[in-house]
Design a binder for this molecule. Structure first.
Ligand code: ATP
Ligand code: MG
Length: 327
């Protein structure tokens, strides 16, 4: 597997495609526990892990598209308008009459953890199918990204598995961010789907403890060895404010964090992953890709709103220049 090809005949430009939920996020203005009394709320913000990921790819100037579904409502329009404005191909985002656009209400607890009220399973995004527009977009894809948190229904598992096989059959590569919701692991078919994605991917992007969830190993070192032996070429471990580390058969590449003041951590992992994948696909080294990805994750947490912290290369270059070397 080669993530970028050097020399030879000119090739069609890269095109990154992903499938998954589009939601609006509405956040409590004050920290606390849950939503049991009337609260001041801020939103709607465009959101959904695959939507944030693909918007970040577009911000970096790479061709990309999202396969998803929204309702015929303002929440859907808000999202689709934003993605289109930022350069995402929205031709495979279906509008569904009888379901509303997904939503997530979020409140940060004082310790930084989060309470969510999700409407995704019964929302338009759960009705996503591989229709003609989706097939046409997939036909152009040179890379497919799987967001594990999107594998919440059998319909979507089916669509993602089919899409992944199509993109691989046409010579494309695959990245996989487990982004686990713990409840998913108790459902045998969902666990099996996550394991399949691990076996099929070229770049694996776990965060913290997710690394150990897919292996028999008890230590990080053994898990890395086991996962590389599956044929995964690069594992990039996200560690929040402790930075990140890439592992491949060539060795390990630690990347300390850029020091920032965290305002809203939602979306950091999606921006990080999108930036890493885009940089690798465009031929940058592991080290340079990690530096850009870390800058992208760090910038994302300084801005309120899950998709509001996406970055262009110019913004990342400026941020890196101002920050000097990471801590
Ligand atoms: P989420 O799923 O909530 O979007 P994640 O767990 O997938 O997040 P994180 O590890 O939180 O991903 O963040 C991704 C990367 O962004 C980190 O590896 C790090 O490089 C950068 N990052 C995140 N939080 C901070 C922070 N507080 N300071 C500096 N860098 C950060
Ligand atoms: Mg994540």
């Amino acid at each position: 597997m080669s993530l970028s090809k050097a020399g030879g005949a000119p090739e069609a430009p890269c095109c990154v495609v992903t499938i998954g939920e589009i939601v609006v996020e509405i956040m409590a203005e004050t920290p606390g526990t849950g939503f049991m009394e009337p609260l001041a709320l801020k939103g709607p913000f465009p959101s959904g892990a695959p939507a944030i990921f693909i918007d970040q790819v577009a911000q970096l100037g790479m061709r990309c598209g999202l396969i998803s579904a929204v309702g015929r409502d303002d929440f859907g329009t808000l999202n689709v308008t934003r993605l289109a404005r930022d350069g995402v191909d929205v031709s495979a985002i279906q509008q569904i009459d009888s379901y509303a656009t997904g939503s997530a209400f979020v409140r940060y607890r004082p310790d930084g953890s989060r309470d969510f009220v999700y409407n995704i399973r019964e929302a338009a995004c759960a009705r996503t199918t591989l229709n003609d527009a989706a097939r046409s977009l997939l036909g152009k894809a040179t890379h497919f990204h799987v967001m594990g948190s999107s594998l919440f229904s059998f319909r979507i598992i089916d669509a993602v598995t089919t899409a992944l096989r199509e993109v691989k059959a046409q010579g494309g590569t695959v990245s996989f961010d487990p982004n686990i919701r713990k409840e998913m692991l108790d459902i045998p078919e969902m666990r099996a789907a996550l394991e399949l994605m691990l076996q099929e991917c070229d770049i694996f992007l776990p965060s913290g403890p997710e690394l150990l969830l897919f292996s028999e190993a008890d230590t990080e070192e053994d898990a890395i060895r086991e996962i590389l032996a599956l044929g995964v070429s690069e594992i990039v471990l996200k560690k929040g404010q402790d930075g990140a580390c890439a592992f491949s058969n060539e060795g390990s590449f630690p990347m300390p964090p850029f020091p920032v003041t965290e305002r809203d951590p939602t979306g950091a992992g999606d921006c990080f992953g999108a930036t890493y994948v885009t940089c690798r696909l465009s031929g940058r080294s592991v080290e340079e890709s990690l530096r850009y990805a870390s800058a992208s994750g760090a910038r994302a947490v300084t801005v309120q709103g899950p998709m509001e912290g996406v970055s262009t290369f110019a913004e990342l270059d400026r941020f890196i220049a101002q920050s000097g070397n990471p801590a």
